[in-house]
Ligand binder design. Structure first.
Ligand SMILES: [Zn+2]
Length: 540
C-alpha cells in the first residue's frame, strides 16, 4: 500500500460503499492542536515531569485548564486533582556494594557496569544469602508451568532469566512477570529477594542505558497494601554481558541458558555455588503528586452513571544523567503524546457535539514510570462510585512516526472491547492487529493494567506496523535511540497527521463504547476474567 493519507483512505472507503463515519472526513483532527499540547508538556521548562516535581505540577495545571476549556467537569477530589502520596527511594552508589562469595572468596561486582540494586524493592541495609537459579521464576498453574517445583528457596535469593516460554499466551505470561505477581510468588515461597538476568533478545534498552535508571528514585505508594514488594529484602538487576560470573563453578553457563531460552527449550534449575552479599545505602523521601480527572457527563438517565475511562500518564522520568550534553528527559512521546491525545479528543468531542449516553472520564495519571502507581491508586480509589467504570482505553507512547494504516491493540482477544476497537478501526480504513511482540510485555507495562487488576476490561493502543517493514525499523530505531533518553524531545520527526488520525480513532471508539447498550465484557476464555469478580461484587 502506498502513502495514502487518512482523508484519502476515508474517501476511498466512502467510494467503496463501506460504512462511513458519522461525520465527514474533514473533521479528522489535523494533529496541530495535539502537537501544541505536546510542545507545552515536553518543554524544557517542565524538566521531564518527574512524579512529585514542580514540572509535573505545572503540567497537571495545564491539563486541568485544557480539560475545563474543552467543557469537561472536574472529577477529582480537589477540583480536577486527586492527590497521591508516595515514598521515594534511591540506592546511592556510595555505601552500596554487591559481591559474589564463592568458597570463602569475595568477588566484588561493579555497581552499574556489572549489576545494581533496584530501589523498586526496599533493600535491607545488609544481606548475604544463597542463590537458586529458577529458570524464568514463574509459577503458572493455568499453563502447567512451575519453575519452583522441587526447589526450596526459603531464605534464599531467586535468580531468574527475564521472559517466559513462548507457548504461554502473551498476556498471561506478561501478567505473571509483573512486579506484583513476581513479588507474590517470591513471598509465598519464602524467598528474600530476586536477582534478574535479562535476556538481551527482549531488552528495549541497551544495558548502558538500563544502568542509568538507578540514578532516578524509585517510588512506592504509601498506602499499606499497595506496595507489592513490601516484605522482600533485595532486588538486583544484572548486566547480561556480565551474568556469566553467577554461573562459575556450576555445571551450567549463562550462554547455554540463553541458547535454551532462545530455542524454546526448557531451562535448567539448580542451586548456584555462590552466595550474594549486598550492602545498600538508601535515601528516602516523602513525595506528593497528583492525578488529573475530568468528566464529560453522559446524557442517558441511567447509563450516565457508568464511566468509560480514557487514560494516559502525565509523568515522565525528569532530569537524569546527561546523554550528549542533555539532561532533561522530556518524554515528548512518553507520554506527553498520550495526554495531548486526551486533550485533543476532549476538544474534538465538544466541537463535533458528540452525544454520549455513558459518561467519559479523562484521567491523566502520575507515577506511571515508577510502576503504574498513579493508575493503581486511581483504580483502587476511583473518584466515581466503585463498579461504575465499565472500560479503560489507555494510550502510552503511541508513536506517530509514520501514517496510521494499522493499529496494534493490546488485549485484543481478552474482552469484547477488543472487537469494538477492531471494528471502529476498520470503519476508518485502519487494519487492527494483535500485539506482534508479546515478549515485550506491553500489555502489563502501562496503566491499562491497573484497571485490569480491578476487573475492568481494558485496552492499550499504538500505531501498528508489519514485521520486517520499514516502519518496524523506524520504531526499533526510535526505541534504541530515544526511548527514555533526553532525545525523546520536541526536536524529532513526528507525523502529526497520523496523530490526528489516531485521536479520531480513539474519539470514535469512546463514542461507540459509551453509546452501546451493554457494558464491555471479558471473554470467557480470558485469564483476566477472574479479576472481574471484585468489580461485580461492588457494583451498586
Ligand atoms: Zn516510559
Amino acid at each position: 500500500m502506498n502513502r495514502l493519507g487518512v482523508a484519502g483512505i476515508a474517501a476511498l472507503i466512502a467510494s467503496l460503499g463501506f460504512a462511513n463515519p458519522t461525520t465527514a472526513a474533514d473533521d479528522t483532527p489535523d494533529g496541530k492542536r495535539w502537537w501544541s499540547h505536546v510542545m507545552f508538556l515536553a518543554d524544557d521548562r517542565l524538566k521531564g515531569r518527574d512524579t512529585g516535581s514542580e514540572g509535573h505540577r505545572i503540567a497537571a495545571d495545564y491539563v486541568a485548564r485544557q480539560f475545563a476549556a474543552a467543557g469537561l467537569k472536574p472529577a477529582g477530589i480537589e477540583g480536577f486533582f486527586q492527590p497521591v502520596k508516595f515514598v521515594s527511594r534511591k540506592v546511592l552508589d556510595e555505601g552500596t556494594s554487591l559481591a559474589l562469595v564463592r568458597g570463602g572468596k569475595r568477588e566484588p561486582l561493579a555497581i552499574g557496569d556489572d549489576a545494581f540494586i533496584s530501589a523498586r524493592v526496599d533493600p535491607a541495609p545488609e544481606l548475604e544469602a544463597d542463590m537458586v537459579f529458577v529458570g524464568y521464576g514463574l509459577e503458572i498453574p493455568e499453563a502447567q508451568h512451575d519453575d519452583y517445583a522441587g526447589l526450596d528457596v526459603r531464605g534464599k535469593l531467586v535468580v531468574c532469566l527475564s521472559g517466559a516460554p513462548a507457548r504461554i499466551p502473551g498476556p498471561l505470561a506478561a501478567h505473571m512477570q509483573s512486579a506484583g505477581e513476581r513479588a507474590a510468588v517470591l513471598k509465598k515461597k519464602g524467598a528474600v529477594g530476586l536477582v534478574m538476568l535479562f535476556n538481551p533478545k527482549h531488552m528495549d534498552l541497551p544495558w548502558e542505558r538500563v544502568k542509568l535508571s538507578r540514578f532516578q528514585p524509585a517510588m512506592a505508594l504509601t498506602e499499606p497494601g499497595l506496595d507489592d514488594s513490601q516484605g522482600l529484602k533485595l532486588g538486583v538487576a544484572v548486566n547480561p554481558a556480565r551474568a556469566e560470573a553467577f554461573f562459575t563453578g556450576s555445571n551450567h553457563t549463562f550462554e547455554e541458558i540463553l541458547a535454551a531460552a532462545n530455542s524454546e527449550k526448557p531451562l535448567p534449575r539448580f542451586t548456584l555455588p555462590a552466595r550474594l552479599e549486598a550492602k545498600a545505602q538508601v535515601e528516602r523521601a516523602a513525595v506528593e503528586s497528583q492525578n488529573v480527572v475530568a468528566v464529560l457527563p453522559g446524557e442517558d438517565p441511567t447509563l450516565k452513571n457508568e464511566y468509560v475511562v480514557f487514560s494516559a500518564h502525565l509523568d515522565h522520568v525528569g532530569v537524569g544523567k546527561p546523554i550528549n550534553g542533555d539532561s532533561i528527559y522530556n518524554g515528548a512521546m512518553d507520554n506527553a503524546s498520550g495526554v495531548a491525545a486526551e486533550l485533543d479528543v476532549a476538544a474534538w468531542l465538544k466541537e463535533n457535539h458528540i452525544k454520549l449516553r455513558r459518561s467519559v472520564l479523562f484521567v491523566a495519571v502520575t507515577g506511571e514510570e515508577k510502576g503504574l502507581l498513579g493508575s493503581r491508586y486511581f483504580a483502587t480509589h476511583p473518584t466515581v462510585p466503585p463498579g461504575s467504570i465499565v472500560a479503560d482505553l489507555n494510550t502510552d507512547m503511541f508513536l506517530p512516526l509514520f501514517p496510521l494504516r494499522s493499529l496494534t491493540i493490546y488485549g485484543l482477544a481478552e474482552s469484547d472491547l477488543g472487537d469494538m476497537a477492531a471494528d471502529v478501526a476498520r470503519t476508518l480504513g485502519i487494519a487492527p492487529q494483535a500485539d506482534p511482540e508479546p515478549r515485550r510485555n506491553i500489555f502489563i507495562r502501562s496503566d491499562q493494567y491497573s484497571f485490569i487488576r480491578r476487573g475492568i476490561p481494558a485496552l492499550a493502543f499504538k500505531i501498528g506496523y508489519q514485521p520486517g517493514s520499514p516502519e518496524e525499523k523506524l520504531t526499533r530505531k526510535w526505541l534504541t535511540e530515544r526511548y527514555h533518553a533526553p532525545s525523546d524531545d520536541l526536536a524529532q520527526p513526528i507525523d502529526k497527521t497520523a496523530a490526528g488520525a489516531f485521536d479520531l480513532l480513539v474519539a470514535r471508539l469512546l463514542e461507540h463504547v459509551a453509546n452501546r447498550n451493554d457494558r464491555p465484557r471479558w471473554k470467557d476464555a480470558s485469564f483476566f476474567k477472574r479479576f472481574a469478580a471484585d468489580a461485580a461484587q461492588s457494583t451498586p
